[in-house]
Design a protein around this ligand. Structure first.
Ligand SMILES: [Zn+2]
Length: 74
């Protein structure tokens, strides 16, 4: 799943996943553990990848550096 589309995410909310899914990162075979909901500046959801804990950590580090507002509900 890519987030480099027209809309630029302004925030991301992290919460426990409510369904069974595989991590959406390419090539990852782990089970998705966290749902990350990316929203634009107006609060409209842009993307909502389900990721494993490892990829959630990597994405968060990247998103924090990118200046996104992070809401952690996990
Ligand atoms: Zn993963």
């Amino acid at each position: 799943m890519s987030t480099d589309r027209e809309e630029t995410p302004a925030s991301v909310k992290i919460g426990p996943i409510s369904y069974r899914a595989r991590c959406t990162e390419a090539g990852c075979k782990n089970l998705g553990r966290l749902q990350m909901i990316y929203a634009d500046a107006g609060g409209r959801p842009i993307a909502h990848p389900a990721v494993c804990l490892e990829h959630a950590r990597g994405r968060l580090a990247h998103d924090r550096t990118a200046g996104l507002k992070i809401y952690d509900d996990s």
